[in-house]
Design a binder for this molecule. Structure first.
Ligand code: M6R
Length: 615
């Protein structure tokens, strides 16, 4: 879950490395380091804490270097100290790493016996010494050839996951990389080559990217790259162009990325719909949706695997996919699914939902489903990501880069993409008449402008946040599609404000959680006027009868709910199809404003990382 970057070209200064790392800081932010190679040798600076700490040391680095690497860490082995920060050095080799070396203990024993001294508690230092040891064993060829051959030999001895960036004082114009299981992209511009954990780090320098695949080693030079397998077989693949721009990754005047990204719900939804609905013919464009090559008409069931917020988007989609396409949908936490007995076959569509496209559990779950014969589809936000690479088909969510660690606009885009997929299934299975399909398409295109109106609630929710920032615990309830929205609201609140929060399907209250209700408990009740409205209102009455405090989210003209609630958030009038998109907005805003009031780190909450690329 760390971020790695590398550069080789005419010359780059410390600020180049720092800026690229800033774009990856969402991946981990407990320590960082930079190494730059010049004719005078290698200069390494590392610091504990966020990048701002490393920034204080930049003047100790050379003004420019033709080769360099940088790292921002999310600790797995060893505390987040300067000593454990990457890069790690062994003789002429300087190496940094994203991933986990699972067999590091055995290797460490062997290397210690051979005289290597370990200065950190990390698994990564093992890789640096192992590569050095292999390098010393190579007796013929240029330093570059020897290092390549040593790298092939070293990576074959490692178990686990890695994306390495490597420089060597004997090869002053070359950068090396190797990948297994952790994300790695290569960028190319005029006279410069780059490597990084994600395209966000490099978009301001190039739009031409190559996604490195597992078991590949890359040698980067200013004028080009060469790729080979761990066995030394040359690999050739074209670069592809990415449409993201730098402005998409700036705060654009907002105080936090998260607030900007909440305000981008409408555009994320609109872009995800764009080109996929053919209103003239009344059909879903399967090619634009990325599912033209899947046998949608012959499927018997759908399984969706995901983690965190993506899991809640998937849970929400179960309601409308089953309703419109009349096909059973199971939704699983990827971390559980990957270890369960597989029951898939060629008539099962397994969908992996992931903003980053890199989540380790989701990747393993979908790989296992594919190996067992399922059709697989990636619903991802980051183009060219590993999960997309491992599925039969890819449907992009088109929310644009999401930088805030808490996922917001990506959730809206995921629900939209899954809705479209539900309609595509309905179209191919002929479970909705043309009139029904057209009516739902008309509903979908209304969502961006209605959600825009819901964003107008921000100011009043900011005021409400004052009232709730002292709470130590909140419950969230909802029925039907509002239950996954409640789950999403409670996750957002806990990860941003560190306030304990739990969500329940409202009907479950009386099976246990109602025991928690007293005058100190606030329950956020999602009660738009939907098919479950009367039942949800009964639950609210039950909470009120036991002294609980009610913060209700309902339709803005709902006088009864307004009367019942202690606090009321009124969303603009809309149909049942659109309601989940609308109730999500106030919950994201509530979590945001409570966190701001509490003074927590909104864009980089403690202990979290945006892409969870370790199990
Ligand atoms: O990149 P993914 O969508 O696969 O990430 C899944 C979760 O790690 C992610 O949604 C996480 O729960 C966020 N912190 C939620 O805000």
């Amino acid at each position: 879950m760390c971020g790695v970057i590398g550069y080789v070209g005419g010359g780059a200064g410390p600020s180049f490395f720092l800026n690229a790392l800033r774009r990856l800081e969402y991946r981990g932010y407990d320590s960082a380091g930079i190494a730059m190679l010049t004719p005078d040798g290698v200069a390494i600076e590392r610091a504990e804490g966020k990048l701002s700490q490393l920034e204080k040391k930049l003047d100790k680095l050379p003004a420019s270097a033709k080769v360099g690497i940088g790292h921002t860490r999310w600790a797995t082995h060893g505390k987040p100290t300067e000593n454990n920060a990457h890069p790690h050095r062994s003789g002429p080799i300087v190496l940094l790493h994203n991933g986990i070396i699972e067999n590091y203990r055995q290797l460490k024993e062997d290397l210690t016996a051979r005289g290597y001294k370990f200065l950190s508690e990390t698994d990564t230092e093992v890789a640096a010494h192992l590569l050095h040891d292999e390098y010393l064993r190579q007796k013929s060829g240029s330093p570059e050839e020897r290092l390549r051959s040593a790298l092939r030999s070293a990576v074959r001895q490692l178990k686990g996951a890695f994306a390495f960036g490597i420089i060597c004082t004997d090869t002053p114009e070359t950068l090396f990389a190797a990948k297994l299981g952790s994300p790695l992209v290569i960028g190319q511009a005029d006279g410069e080559s780059y490597m990084a954990s994600g395209i966000t780090a490099l978009v301001e320098h190039t739009r031409q990217f190559l996604v490195v695949e597992d078991h590949e080693i890359v040698m980067l030079k200013p004028d080009g790259i060469s790729v080979e397998s761990f066995e030394g077989k040359p690999v050739s693949r074209p670069f592809s162009k990415v449409e993201w721009s730098v402005s998409m990754m700036e705060k654009g005047g907002y105080r936090h990325f998260m607030l900007k990204e909440i305000h981008e719900h409408p555009i994320a939804i609109a872009q995800t719909l764009n080109g996929r609905i053919e209103r003239d013919s009344g059909r879903i464009n399967l090619a634009d949706l990325g599912v033209a090559k899947l046998p949608l008409g012959n499927l018997q069931r759908v399984q969706i695997v995901a983690c965190g917020t993506s899991y809640y988007a998937a849970l929400l989609s179960k309601y409308f996919i089953e309703n419109h396409a009349k096909i059973p949908v199971e939704v699983d936490l990827a971390s559980e699914y990957r270890y369960r007995t597989s029951t898939v076959n060629a008539q099962t569509l397994v969908i992996a939902v992931s903003q980053s496209g890199e989540t380790a559990d989701t990747l393993q779950a979908v790989k296992s489903a594919r190996a067992n014969g399922a059709q697989t589809l990636a619903v991802v936000n980051v183009p060219g990501s590993t999960i997309a690479h491992n599925c039969h088909a890819e449907s992009l969510t088109k929310a644009g880069p999401e930088i805030g660690v808490a996922s917001t606009k990506a959730f809206a885009a995921q629900v939209t993409a899954l809705y479209l997929l539900g309609l595509a299934l309905a179209q191919e299975r002929q479970t909705l008449g043309q009139a029904g399909l057209s009516m739902l398409m008309d509903e979908l295109v209304k969502i961006p402008s209605l959600v825009e109106k819901a964003l107008g609630l921000s100011e009043s929710i900011e005021k409400l946040a004052n009232r709730y920032q002292q709470n130590t615990s909140l419950l969230f309830i909802g029925r039907g599609p509002q239950w996954p929205v409640a789950l999403e609201g409670s996750l957002k609140l806990k990860e941003l404000s560190y306030i304990h929060a739990e969500a329940y399907a409202a009907g479950e209250l009386k099976h246990g959680p109602i025991a928690l209700i007293d005058e100190n408990m606030t329950v956020v009740c999602l009660a738009p006027r939907d098919s479950y409205y009367e039942k949800t209102v009964s639950n609210i009455e039950e909470i009120k009868a036991r002294g609980g405090r009610i913060l209700a989210v309902g339709q803005e003209n709902d006088a009864h709910l307004l009367d019942l609630a202690d606090d009321f958030i009124g969303i603009p009038e809309c149909s049942e199809t659109i309601q989940p998109f609308m109730t999500t907005v106030p919950l994201h805003l509530l979590a945001y404003w409570i966190a701001v009031r509490k003074g927590t780190d909104v864009d980089q909450p403690r202990n979290l990382a945006k892409s969870v690329t370790v199990e």
